[in-house]
Design a binder for this molecule. Sequence first.
Ligand SMILES: [Zn+2]
Length: 118
Amino acid sequence: MAISERTRNLQQQLVESLINDASGQVGVDLESMTFALIEQFGHGIGRDLAAAVEKGLAERQAEILNTTHGQQYDCPHCGRPCRAEPGNRRLTTLDGEVEFSEPKCHCRRCRRTFFPSA
Ligand SMILES: [Zn+2]
């Protein structure tokens, strides 16, 4: 997916700010820090950022599903139209646990719950 130039500039500023924060912390001795610790810090920031982006995109997708497709979705098992209701969904992603709100449906015939976006 393409990233706009504005976002790329913001990313550069964010990276510089994170480097300043990390190296300026009390008790942080950058001279003696191992690369493993540097890597751990960078990786943690990356995971947090990725999880936040995934959560935001999934919630935006849920809004689109709610507004453009109405409130009823066909059950993937039997085809019966089912009414959507607000729900929460938790996924384990490459970047850890991500929880977001998303419409869900319950088919009374199949006694199964499904997410319209899945
Ligand atoms: Zn069904």
